[in-house]
Design a protein. Sequence first.
Length: 314
Amino acid sequence: MVRQGGVARVWHISGISIAAFVALSLAPMTGGLAHAQTLEVSPGGAIGLGNRGWSASEPNRATSANELEFSARAGAASDYIYRGTTLSDHGPAAGAAVEARFGGLYAGTTVATVKLPTQPSAEFTFAAGIRQKIATIDFDFGMTYFAYPGERLPGETGINYWEAVVRGDRSIGEQVRVAAGYAYSPNVSNTGAWSQYVAAGVGYDVPGRLLPPNLGVSFTTAAGYSWFGNQAPTLGGFPLPAYLNWQAGVTFTHKAFNLDLRYYDTNLSKENCFVFTGDPNARLGGRVDPVTNPAGLISNWCSATFVAKAWFAF
């Protein structure tokens, strides 16, 4: 079976189902929820809810109603983790993003290096939406398109797909922030299956009076839950395993430079991790499932991981 964009797609090769994984994401849980950018690599100090890519701005950043503004960011990470699973085979990755805003409207694009079974040249996201403050909550309503050019999928249509997201952020006092979001795709990774994702998190900003000048320190943590519909009959007709993911870490910001140190994990078993990701380096030795994993293959692509990320934001 092949997981594409976070979903499993089934191919039968020599009578054996082999999963092939591709990217999934909450790209813009805006500023942490998918900015089609995704909730994993977030703006400095933002609460990551599981989005993918390199979001270019804060979800609650104020923008003049009659001025066009731009923001950008670029950096590198020791691993590209998306909702608890690696998209870079636990190797280093690099990415960049740019976003334009006019009042509450925004549009942006991101690019990131990936290492997936279908071997795309990179991951691109294109997002657009509106940010609006309602009462005391900063909302972000957006749509994101995920594209993986250069895939090696003879006879296949690829794993590009759309996702809709909504996110809300609220400050509690001067130091504490909370956020929650929801994402939905009607045909994740072009597999015929729908996907849904919910996430929530909290952040604490260390008071500036306790820090050196121009230094910001934010502690953030979040957890999310993913579940899926059935894939197309030609891909096996069964749903991907639902699972929890969680992360916690600290972000240091000095002017335009940001450094994030973070721990990620999921509750996926090593067998279900293979079913979900299609890790091409999976090995034998796991529990056999005659429907989803007849060979009993296991993968560490969903295991506990520590990631260091550094980027510049402008």
